[in-house]
Design a protein around this ligand. Structure first.
Ligand code: 5AD
Ligand code: SF4
Length: 492
């Protein structure tokens, strides 16, 4: 039966490049998360929630916040949908196949909702920021109870209350992109590694990308808030933090009262007693010399940089509005390698951008050969409604795009294999995460450079930093032998 729907037009504005580009920095506010209202604190007693997360680390971390809010409302977590009272899909809009998966899942969950009409089914994350998606849910997925966006997660208690006590589909998606909300509760996935937001949104407007619309304008958290959160994690015994932002190199550009950049932040984080600090994602354009200099101090700043290039052709980069050329990118790579000779570089690459020629694609291959990334995420271009590239003429057949992707992957795999082979016989420091997914007798963990290492060792090593000698390098993982029991060999 069709549900009634509140008029949501006041909350929702479709992605619009012109409007979005006009956005100012003036009205960013730092808000404090408001305590959950007394009458909502025990709403979830005896009830369970389940969150399905799609997409990037930002979403994974948002799910930790959503879980934190729900647990403050007395809900407990489950991974079994039959016993869930709330199911939330935290969605990704970056490519069409990400969206297809979510619609498929929504279709499948309809049956569960029919069997259990009290189930609350919600959609949040990047897809809910798109008007086409909200319209499609309204038309074809009437069994959804709740839709909320990426800017108003802190409103979940109120929205959930509305969804629980009304028969209407509750939709609240803000196009206002301003605020930074502090002190949100969080349930972190493990006690070892933590995500920490340093900024939200993106103002780069790469022509293929939906993120500046779904995640709003760039806004940084205040340094003291970030540093205090990391200090607190260190006190709690976390071994690793990953600083998160769509474009971390733009950190601090929106501060009007202080001059404090990403390099300053990294230099301050370096002084905190947490063993490993990572960050993602960098934009090459804003990656300055000061940052290279700070990263070269190492310590807890690991020697791994994810540096998305997207294409090796300056012409394609121009059409993508990446605001750097092939030569500028290679010059940055040269500087980084000079300052940090054992650095591990990884990247993102899009093939089949509208009109990409064979020659332009060859330039991507030659750049990959020149940089020698340890690994790369590679994608076929996927048009996103509302972005400038979606209107560009594209005469490259899908077959050609697929063939290019395959050639690129073959090349990258060969390089990855070679890079890993160079580690044969070397002793690396591994933060042990747990049992390997495939074999519980095997432990797995990561090197400072984020490579996955599997080895045999006692369970009490989980959560510890150990040394492993690599004796079987593979393309995507490394197998090795735990050598800490021979500690003199590794020098303690
Ligand atoms: N099509 C294909 N890949 C995309 N990415 C972003 N937008 C698109 C798109 N429309 C890729 C970029 C980015 C990564 C997170 O996803 O490579 O760095
Ligand atoms: Fe998208 Fe990254 Fe470009 Fe921002 S910098 S528009 S998130 S690809």
């Amino acid at each position: 039966m069709g549900k009634q729907v509140k008029d949501y037009s006041q909350y929702f504005v479709a992605p619009d490049l012109k409007q979005a580009k006009k956005r100012g920095k003036e009205d960013v506010q730092v808000l404090q998360f408001e305590q959950i209202p007394e009458n909502m604190r025990s709403v979830g007693k005896g009830k369970k929630y389940m969150i399905e997360t799609y997409g990037c680390q930002m979403n994974v971390h948002d799910s930790e916040t959503i879980a934190g809010i729900l647990e403050e409302m007395s809900y407990t977590r489950t991974n079994r949908e039959e016993e869930a009272d709330i199911i939330l899909l935290n969605t990704c809009a970056i490519r069409e196949n990400a969206e297809d998966k979510v619609f498929g899942e929504l279709g499948r969950l309809k049956q569960l909702k029919l069997e259990n009409p009290d189930l609350i089914l919600g959609v949040c994350g990047c897809m809910s920021q798109e008007e086409v998606v909200v319209n499609r849910i309204l038309q074809s997925y009437q069994h959804v109870d709740l839709v909320f966006g990426t800017h108003n997660i802190h409103r979940l208690p109120v929205l959930l209350q509305n969804a629980l006590f009304s028969k209407e589909m509750v939709i609240e998606v803000w196009s206002k992109e301003g605020d930074v909300v502090e002190n949100m509760p969080k349930v972190r996935e493990d006690g070892l590694r933590a995500w920490v937001n340093i900024m939200y949104g993106c103002d780069k407007f790469c022509t293929y990308c939906i993120v500046p619309y779904t995640r709003g304008k760039e806004r940084s958290r205040r340094p003291e808030d970030v540093l205090n959160e990391i200090r607190e994690l260190a006190r709690k015994g976390y071994q690793e933090v990953t600083l998160l932002g769509q474009n971390v190199n733009a950190y601090g550009k929106d501060f009007e009262d202080i001059h404090y950049t990403f390099a300053h932040l990294m230099d301050d984080v370096r002084k905190i007693g947490i063993p490993r600090v990572r960050f993602t994602t960098s934009h090459p354009r804003d990656f300055d010399d000061h940052l290279v200099e700070v990263l070269a101090k190492r310590g807890n700043l690991v020697e791994h940089i994810h540096l998305p290039v997207q294409s090796g052709s300056s012409e394609v980069l121009k059409l993508m509005a990446r605001k750097y050329t092939r030569e500028q990118y290679l010059e940055l790579v040269r500087k980084i390698k000079e300052a940090i000779p054992d650095v591990v570089l990884t990247t993102d690459i899009i093939v089949g951008f509208p009109g990409e020629t064979d020659e332009q694609f060859e330039e991507t291959l030659s750049l990959v050969k020149e940089v020698e990334y340890d690994s790369a995420f590679t994608f076929i271009y996927s048009p996103r409604e509302g972005t400038p590239a979606a209107k560009m003429k594209d005469d490259v057949p899908m077959e050609v795009k697929k063939a290019r992707l395959q050639r690129l992957n073959e090349l990258q795999n060969e390089i990855s294999r070679r890079k890993n082979e160079a580690l044969r016989g070397k002793i690396v420091e591994v933060l042990v995460e747990g049992e390997s997914k495939k074999n519980p007798d095997v432990l797995s963990g990561r090197t400072r450079t984020n490579k996955l290492v599997n080895f045999i060792g006692p369970k009490h090593l989980i959560g510890k930093m150990v040394h492993v000698r690599i004796d079987e390098p593979q393309t995507w993982t490394l197998k090795g032998v735990w050598v800490d029991q021979e500690s003199r060999v590794v020098g303690g």
